[in-house]
Design a protein around this ligand. Structure first.
Ligand SMILES: Cc1cc2nc3c(=O)[nH]c(=O)nc-3n(C[C@H](O)[C@H](O)[C@H](O)COP(=O)(O)O)c2cc1C
Length: 206
C-alpha cells in the first residue's frame, strides 16, 4: 500500500456481475487510509447480495470488516443514496481525487457516455470527467455489442480509463480473491495509488 497522504475517492457499484472486484477495491482503498464516498445502484446492491456473503441487514462496512478485518478502519466509508443528487460528490467544487465504477454495467457505461447524470453515480462520473480527474470504469459484459464498444470509445475519448473486468493469469492466481485483487490493483494504479495487491510482471524468469 502507498502509506502516503490520505485521499478522497468516489466508488460506485452498479448491477454487473463481478461484485468481488468492488469488495477488493473498497477493502484496498480503506486499508490504505482513504476516505471513500460510496454509491450503489439498485442492481449493484442486488448483485452484491447474490455474489457475496452480504445481506442488507448488515452494513456494508460491517461486511467489509467481517471479510477484511480491522484494516478497513484505517479509512472512512461514507455511503450515499444513489437517488440523492444533493450529496457533495455531485459537485465539482467538492474535493475528490478520482472515481471508480466497479463493476460498471453496460447501462451505466451508456449513461456516462451520454452525460445523462440521472442518478448520483452518473452525475459523479460526469463531474469527474469535467473536472479532469481520474475516472476508472470496470466494465463487465460479455459478449459486447457494437453499442457497448462505441460507448467505451466515447468515454475513453472523454478521458475515462476503461478497465474491463479481465484479470490476467500470469501471476498464477489460486483463488477468486487473487483475481479480484488483480483488477482492484489495476484500478488503484489508474487512480495514481501504489499497491501490493499483485506481483508485477518483471520479465521472463530465466
Ligand atoms: C444477476 C444479474 C447480473 C447482471 N450482470 C450484468 C453484467 O454483467 N453486465 C451488465 O451490463 N448488466 C448486467 N445485469 C443487468 C443490469 O443489472 C441492468 O442492466 C441494470 O439496469 C443496470 O443498472 P445500473 O447500472 O444502474 O446498476 C445483470 C443483472 C442481474 C440481475
Amino acid at each position: 500500500m502507498s502509506g502516503g497522504t490520505n485521499k478522497t475517492f468516489a466508488v460506485a457499484i452498479t448491477g454487473a456481475s463481478g461484485a468481488i472486484y468492488a469488495v477488493r477495491t473498497l477493502r484496498a482503498l480503506l486499508a490504505d487510509g482513504h476516505h471513500v464516498h460510496l454509491a450503489m445502484s439498485k442492481y449493484g446492491r442486488y448483485v452484491l447480495h447474490e455474489e457475496q456473503d452480504w445481506s442488507s441487514d448488515e452494513s456494508l462496512l460491517d461486511f467489509l470488516r467481517r471479510v477484511g478485518g480491522d484494516e478497513v478502519d484505517h479509512g472512512t466509508l461514507e455511503e450515499h443514496s444513489v437517488n440523492d443528487l444533493t450529496r457533495s460528490i455531485s459537485s465539482g467544487s467538492a474535493p475528490c481525487d478520482g472515481m471508480v465504477v466497479v463493476p460498471c454495467s453496460a447501462k451505466t457505461l451508456s449513461a456516462i457516455a451520454h452525460g445523462t447524470s440521472s442518478n448520483l453515480i452518473e452525475r459523479t462520473a460526469d463531474v469527474t470527467l469535467k473536472e479532469r480527474r481520474p475516472l476508472v470504469l470496470v466494465v463487465r459484459e460479455t459478449p459486447m455489442n457494437l453499442i457497448h464498444l462505441r460507448n467505451m470509445v466515447t468515454v475513453a475519448e472523454a478521458g475515462a480509463s476503461v478497465l474491463p473486468a479481465m484479470p490476467a493469469f500470469y501471476q498464477k492466481p489460486t483463488s477468486f480473491e487473487d483475481l479480484g485483487d488483480f483488477i482492484a490493483g489495476r484500478a488503484l494504479g489508474l487512480l495514481g495509488l501504489d499497491h501490493e495487491l499483485f506481483t508485477r510482471w518483471t520479465g521472463p524468469r530465466d
